[in-house]
Design a protein around this ligand. Structure first.
Ligand SMILES: [Zn+2]
Length: 275
């Protein structure tokens, strides 16, 4: 699917939920880049290579991985073998991505650019969803590739184990200051109102934090208390992820000095007395 005159999108699989992972191919006058690589299924790879051939088999300068999750890094090795290109990710994600069996060629950092000939890709570090998540700005189009930092629909899960809610909100605030025209998310449809979407995500996190604080003040003290109050009637398969979101927020409250501990020995959360 064509996103713009120089950007193609591959998205193979069932819609529903956030939707299947999006893979993007950006083609300039002097080279091309893939941004994310899906799971690496045959159907995804065939479609990526079909579009790449349609674009005239441009030299692939880079295969940029926005973060470590398997639905984004799964096709990297296959794409590199078939079309070439250096695999690029943030320094923070490099270890986990290599542990997943993908060899990384280059670690990229904030403000680094890649010139594709008339098109410039710029790295924007956006820790939060994972600690090393990054976005890629296509400067000439004000088009931001966000991986899982912003999705086409719904809110974004912040990993309690290798992400950070506080940093996530700061990343969104920083993105809102970029001159953005559209967002090309890691899942779901294009976002035509980038600032509105970023504001909604920031507000969503703020509302959830307020909700957790007021539940704790009103006597909720265990994960079960919080979970039942915040997510009544949640589909069974989403419960684990939902508890992870609560845990991610509790960790932020602990870091902010509002919660005594996010992992108390007796499983009972207590607010600091002056909160
Ligand atoms: Zn992810």
């Amino acid at each position: 699917m064509e996103v713009s005159a120089c950007v193609d999108r591959v998205s193979v699989g069932e819609e529903g939920g956030a939707g299947p992972p999006n893979i993007y191919l950006v083609t300039g006058g002097g080279g091309a880049a893939f941004i994310d690589t899906g799971y690496g299924t045959d159907a995804e790879m065939e479609e990526c290579l079909r579009l790449w051939r349609l674009r005239g088999r441009p030299a692939v300068s880079a295969i940029v991985l926005t973060h470590r999750h398997p639905d984004h890094v799964g096709g990297a090795a296959r794409l590199r073998a078939a079309a070439g290109g250096r695999v690029v990710c943030s320094a923070e994600e490099r270890g986990p991505i290599e542990e997943a069996g993908v060899s990384v060629d280059v670690s990229a950092a904030q403000d680094e650019t890649l010139d594709l000939g008339g098109l410039t890709l710029e790295i924007v570090e956006t820790p939060g969803h994972t600690m090393g998540s990054l976005c890629v700005l296509l400067r000439e189009e004000g088009l931001l590739f966000t991986g899982d930092t912003v999705l086409g629909r719904g809110s974004v899960a912040v990993s309690p184990d290798h992400g950070d809610v506080g940093l996530y909100v700061e990343s969104l605030e920083r993105l809102a200051r970029y001159p953005l025209r559209r967002i090309a998310p890691g899942h779901g449809p294009m976002v035509d109102d980038p600032v509105g979407r970023l504001r909604w995500l920031i507000d969503h996190r703020a509302r959830r934090e307020k909700q957790i604080l007021s539940l704790l003040r009103d006597g909720a003290s265990s994960m079960d208390d919080l979970f039942e109050a915040i997510y009544p009637n949640l589909r069974g398969d989403l419960c684990w992820a939902a508890r992870g979101q609560i845990r991610a927020h509790l960790l932020k409250l602990e870091r902010d000095g509002l919660l005594a501990s996010a992992s108390p020995e007796d499983g009972r959360y207590t607010l600091r007395s002056d909160t």
